[in-house]
Design a protein around this ligand. Structure first.
Ligand code: NCD
Ligand code: ZN
Length: 343
């Protein structure tokens, strides 16, 4: 197959950042995605309806003229979040709240330290029909970084899913066979997003032959058996797994340094790379469900109606993207060949 037409996809996990950078990130996503779940890990974070609506406005101002792009906003849960914050926020344009364990990733210092203390908030979310999005890694320093996702399932996610059976949970950017199997064993109220980098790469791509800071993201890339399991579940066509790029820009100088930031900026080629993965897996017929249907279905939103076509045509990801402030970003897959292009 040299061409594929699918319903326009959505990105169910994305970092836009704020300010000037929106002029780069919003058009990059709006070029192919109709909606995106916008992560709230700004500094300071997006904590309530008023923060979210102001941020949404700034995003819309950066969208290309005439685009029908729709940002879907997310609240950032902290130890101060109340049930009132949830009731006030919950709506079509703020469908979810995000749980970051404190210290788990970029800009998560404001996050939750005792997850169980949020149970009243989860109760309110469950009643209101607001989704809980979870960065699923334990953060205690003695836990090996490669085991953090598995331990989070055992210690937190399992108990939350059991205690709140009606709460819809998205286990974000899963990286392990353990996570895939847990999601498959859970109820219909449990689903997961998977990034392009976790489908395309494993930890050798981070560490063999030299450290590759532009492949460093959190949760960190795992061994190839985990990568293979993620590839298997998307190729199976299960509706519990859907597209979430986790595209997360960081300036080049903050990644190419002694203590580099976590995050891959994939917005320039994410859909094309997912297409490449499904093609490699001989599962192009499963791409549309993953990219365009299952996320919307899980969120209880209408599927998109517009179509988009990808062609088998090679192109090269730029080495760098210049920003107006003089910085630059090295995009995910920089300098490498992609096999699919949006027509
Ligand atoms: C994300 C970021 O940079 O905001 N980084 C990352 O490595 N994925 C945060 C996140 O989703 O963990
Ligand atoms: Zn993220």
């Amino acid at each position: 197959m040299n061409q594929i037409t699918i319903t326009q996809p959505d990105d169910w996990h994305l970092h836009f950042r704020d300010g000037e950078l929106l002029n780069e990130t919003v058009p990059a996503t709006a070029r192919c995605f109709r909606r995106a779940i916008v992560m709230p890990n700004l500094v300071p974070p997006v904590k309530n309806r008023s923060d979210a609506m102001a941020y949404k406005q700034r995003i819309l101002e950066a969208a290309p003229t005439g685009s029908n792009f729709e940002p879907l906003m997310v609240l950032y849960l902290t130890n101060e979040t109340t049930s009132d914050d949830i009731h006030e926020a919950c709506s079509q344009d703020i469908p979810a709240a995000k749980l970051y364990p404190a210290g788990a990733t970029t800009n998560s210092d404001a996050a939750v330290s005792g997850i169980e203390s949020l149970y009243p908030v989860f109760e309110a979310m469950s009643d209101a029909g607001m989704l809980l999005l979870i960065h699923g890694e334990v953060t205690n320093p003695e836990t090996d970084i490669f085991d953090r996702e598995k331990l989070f399932i055992d210690q937190h996610l399992g108990p939350i899913h059991q205690r709140f059976p009606d709460l819809k949970i998205v286990f974000e950017h899963i990286t392990t066979a353990d996570a895939a199997d847990f999601v498959l064993s859970g109820s219909d109220n449990l689903a997961a997003t998977i990034t392009p980098q976790h489908l395309l790469l494993n930890r050798n791509d981070l560490l063999v032959g030299g450290i590759r800071p532009h492949n460093y993201c959190l949760p960190v890339l795992k061994r190839n058996t985990h990568q293979q399991r993620l590839r298997d579940v998307v190729a199976s066509g299960s509706n519990k797994f859907f597209l979430g790029t986790d595209s997360a820009p960081h300036a080049k100088h903050t990644k190419e340094t002694a203590c580099g930031c976590a995050g891959c900026y994939s917005a320039w080629g994410a859909l094309e790379l997912y297409t490449q993965v499904f093609d490699d897996l001989d599962a192009l017929d499963k791409l549309e469900g993953f990219a365009s249907f299952y996320g919307a279905d899980f969120y209880g939103m209408a599927r998109n109606t517009h179509k988009i076509t990808l062609k088998r045509e090679t192109w090269t990801m730029p080495e760098e993207i210049a920003l107006t402030n003089g910085d630059s970003i090295v995009p995910f897959f920089a300098g490498q060949t992609l096999n699919w292009q949006i027509a």
